[in-house]
Write a protein that binds this ligand. Structure first.
Ligand code: PLP
Length: 367
């Protein structure tokens, strides 16, 4: 049996006629940039996340970049974040000439450890970017309290966490802005790149609308230097169709997580820790195991999809060597990078596939 890490064709088959109709409608309208499909989808996402506004952009990376620009982050400023995340989180800080300041993660959730943030805040700190890794929110209350106290912005990197909940609130509505990615493998994935910023701050939303169009105010008059970073109408139309099924798919992932949790109970597999206040949307199901690299090779040999997110934390990446971090500086991130592996979790997995994945891992680790 072959089990893919993610099979988007199964999802497409289940919504084919609606998707094809949505694409056809945009093509027939010949309105590919801006227009009603984009603004409708922005309203839908604002409603889904519980914010006043949502601004579509070209990718999750640009959602972060434009948000930092909207808060005026630039050369010499510091932005606090986690090193255990996708590159874009810190890359977008660096691209603006600002300095990413890395704080280690909590061992159980893989999210930034709020207790370690205060010690790195300086008068150069402009923002904190907590990442809701794998689909579970970071512990936001202490982060927001600290940020308020110091007058810095909280930019949620919610790229992997659409629909995740922190206590009573949805990801993207807890900090000052929330940044989402519609990369195809996300729980809400487009048929290409796409992103969104959510916020209750109307002035920031207006600034983002300007920044995504080169910093334009009135047509052909520019109040800032921005980027060309719009969400296109085809993606918006496709994503609107998929949004109607998002909760069903995320609940399916959660049910698969419950299945694996039960199968791995009492074994050497450490399953993802779900906080009791959390709705986890399981963009990834990460397990921590002994002999991780051997297991990786074994699963590949058995044609079971798996991946390492992320094999080298950002503070140890070559491009950040000038920041001066060394091995051992952020030990929880480093051990998570060495010991974890993700296994298939998408909602269209069959019972046989899940059984095969769980049995293969348990047999390997007890051999
Ligand atoms: C945590 C995180 N931040 C940012 C991004 C960037 O999103 P995109 O690939 O849409 O630019 C991703 C996407 O993989 C991500 O996982």
């Amino acid at each position: 049996m072959r089990v893919p890490l993610l099979d988007l064709k199964r999802q497409y088959e289940s919504i084919r006629s609606d998707i094809d109709a949505a694409i056809r409608e945009v093509v027939e309208s010949q309105r590919f940039i801006k227009g009603p499909r984009v603004s409708e989808f922005e309203e839908q996402i604002a409603g889904y996340c519980g914010t006043k506004r949502a601004v579509g952009v070209a990718s999750g990376t640009d959602a972060l970049l434009l948000s930092l620009m909207a808060y005026g982050v630039g050369p010499g400023d510091e932005v606090v974040t986690t090193p255990y995340t996708f590159f874009a989180t810190a890359g977008s800080i660096s691209r603006l000439g600002a300095v990413p300041v890395f704080v280690d993660i909590e061992a159980r959730t893989y999210n930034i450890d709020p207790a370690k943030i205060d010690a790195v805040l300086t008068d150069k700190t402009k923002a904190i970017i907590p990442v809701h890794l794998y689909g579970q929110c970071a512990d936001m209350d202490p982060i927001v309290a600290l940020a308020k106290d110091r007058g810095v912005a909280v930019i949620e990197d919610a790229a992997q966490a659409i629909g995740a909940e922190y206590k009573t609130r949805r990801a993207g509505s807890i900090g000052d802005v929330g940044c989402f990615s519609f990369f195809p493998s996300k729980n809400l994935g487009g048929y290409g790149d796409g992103g969104m910023v959510t916020t209750d701050d109307l002035a920031i939303a207006d600034r983002l609308v300007s920044l995504r169009e080169h910093g334009q105010g009135d047509k052909y008059f520019y109040t800032a230097v921005g980027a060309n970073s719009r969400l296109d109408a085809l993606q918006a139309a496709i994503l609107s169709v998929k949004l109607r099924r998002l909760d069903e798919w995320s609940d399916g992932r959660s049910a698969n997580a419950d299945y694996y949790n039960a199968r791995f109970a009492g074994t050497s597999v450490v399953t993802p820790h779900r906080e009791e206040w959390s709705r986890h949307i399981y963009n990834q199901y990460m397990i921590r195991v002994p002999r991780r690299d051997e297991l990786l090779a074994h699963l590949r040999e058995r044609e079971i999809g798996c991946a390492l997110y992320y094999p080298l934390p950002l503070h140890l990446q070559e491009c950040f060597s000038s920041l001066g971090y060394g091995e051992g500086d952020l030990p929880e991130s480093e051990s998570a990078a060495r010991e974890t592996i993700s296994i298939p979790i998408f909602s269209f997995l069959t019972d046989e596939e899940k059984d095969y994945v769980a049995t293969t891992i348990i047999d390997f680790l007890s051999s």
